[in-house]
Write a protein that binds this ligand. Sequence first.
Ligand SMILES: *Cc1c(COP(=O)(O)O)cnc(C)c1O
Ligand code: SF4
Length: 355
Amino acid sequence: MQFTTAASLARVQSDPEPNWHQQYKDSITKIETLCHALDLNPAQLPISPSANRQFPLRVPWSYVQRMQKSTPDDPLLLQVLPHTLEEQESAEFYMDPVGDLQSIKSPGLLKKYHGRALLLATSRCAVHCRYCFRRHFPYSSHNPRRDAWHAALENIADEASISEVILSGGDPLVLSDPELAGLARKLQSIPHVKRLRIHTRLPVVIPARINDQLLEWLSSCSLKLVMVLHVNHPQELDHLLHEKLGELSDAGCCLLNQSVLLRNINDHPEILATLSEKLFDSGVLPYYLHLPDKVQNTMHFDVGEAEACSIVSEMAARLPGYLVPRLVKEQAGQPCKTPVIPGTTPGPMRDYANN
Ligand SMILES: *Cc1c(COP(=O)(O)O)cnc(C)c1O
Ligand code: SF4
């Protein structure tokens, strides 16, 4: 069924707890709709139709509501708008920058690091983030469908060194709660699996995803639960999300956050320090700050290592240690995410004092 823009918006605004799945289906996929909602003139924005064809716009209304109107450089808008800068290509940016294709154990199962296996539980996401390293991932030939889970689960059961299973994707919380609960039960029956980790951005863009059904199966799960959220900017953390994160903590989830360091979006110590403080207020600890992967068509988001180090040094100078995320990059073939340690990368310190 097709809903009009007005009906979709009215539903999000009037119903304090609209069904997350309806919000997921009602997401904005047309640039004109997005511009209209934000009082922006599409003719005056640097929109790239070809980038939009390659990786189509998708953003839920509840996330758009956190954008400022009439603000073409809003940091949330810039994360989802197909931009003309995406047409730039560089020989130093790749289609599979993190070597995922080499790490596939069985369809949808990646094992790069000791003790942890990552299950691509679905290829779908609620939002399409322009910088994402999965924009070129050949999901159609590695489609992590439910029928592939069987092989993945066998693989996990056969490898006694795996103590943690990470649900990733796409976004695993796109799956229904009965599907997820069933998967969790199967993992629970494998004796060497101790922890279940969920990598998700869905609750950030649609906070209503944290509903009773989800909380119910999480609360009843006997595995240790870790949820790694993906928040990049303090403006993403609104009151509803704050409340929902509290419910997740109450259900026994250890909450962590990973951000991507993005040019013109959060590349400033003040913004990231505010993000850390707001996350902690919601019971979430900052985990990783990723340098953007060298993904083809995303070079305009790149922040150099020296600058990234000075941003994190500046954060460390004003925050308690537990609120400073670890700056990392991902390199194919390494046994873990590669730490980028301030002080070890030579380069000019940017002077933030006056801006
Ligand atoms: C990032 C990643 C992990 C998790 O790494 P941690 O350092 O434990 O957060 C596991 N498997 C794969 C394939 C990954 O890309
Ligand atoms: S939600 Fe995560 S996996 Fe999906 S597009 Fe955004 S960054 Fe990529």
